[in-house]
Ligand binder design. Structure first.
Ligand code: PLP
Length: 214
């Protein structure tokens, strides 16, 4: 009979984290500052870009760039929201809305949903929120006379997506905000997931072509 204890031990032994190998993937970390190797610990605010992201940025500009979904030609239809949809397991492509980042996504939701909100309605936010998930609700309170309430923190969206697999259908959330610069990507781009039923009824936030948002 095989010794299962040994098999189990091998399967669960912690894998050593090779810091040098991981660091080598981030070109900026090769810099020296004051004669010493750069140590960067501010990833929660903004992560450095990994080489694979820099490569994709170059190849998307040189190989596949097109106006997203506003054209009917091959390159335009190739530039889709499908990767983001799969990343958070949204049921439909139209539930993914690209924005300029997390702040714009939350402002968009607060502003568009705000049209349906009435005086005395309650907005509940966690007591550890980033300012971009507080100030838009303050604006709404001033505009509409809503009531702001606070609850203890849970895993929040922009940070949670970096550390765990997010399945918006399993979470059954109405909205989920993501920003690229915490995911080793660019500053100035993000997206949010919104349940189709809400996006269908929300007031438009900006006017423009197909890729501009509700
Ligand atoms: C939890 C959380 N929400 C929202 C944001 C704002 O995102 P962005 O910098 O893309 O506007 C951040 C990042 O600073 C964040 O950490």
């Amino acid at each position: 009979m095989p010794d299962n204890r040994l098999t189990l031990k091998a399967a669960t032994a912690p894998v050593a984290f090779d810091v040098s190998a991981v660091s080598a993937d981030f070109p900026l970390l090769a810099r020296e500052v004051h004669g010493k190797p750069l140590v960067y610990l501010d990833n929660a605010a903004s992560a450095q870009k990994v080489q694979a992201v820099l490569d994709v940025m170059t190849s998307s500009d040189t190989q596949t760039y097109a106006n997203v979904h506003r054209g009917i030609h091959f390159l335009s239809s190739e530039a889709t929201r499908e990767t983001a949809r799969r990343f958070v397991n949204a049921a439909r492509l139209e539930e993914i809305v690209f924005t300029k980042g997390g702040t714009e996504a939350i402002n968009l939701v607060a502003s568009s949903l705000g049209a349906e909100i009435e005086e005395g309605d309650e907005i509940i936010v966690s007591d550890m929120e980033h300012h971009s998930n507080i100030v838009p609700w303050h604006f709404l309170r001033e505009r509409k006379g809503t009531v702001l309430k606070w609850v203890p923190v849970t895993g929040d969206g922009c940070q949670g997506l970096v550390h765990e697999t997010v399945d918006v259908q399993a979470l059954d959330c109405d909205f989920y905000v993501a920003t690229a610069h915490k995911l080793y990507g660019l500053s100035g781009i993000g997206f949010f997931y919104g349940k189709h039923e809400h996006l269908e009824t929300m007031q438009p936030y900006q006017g423009g072509g197909e890729r501009s948002t509700r």
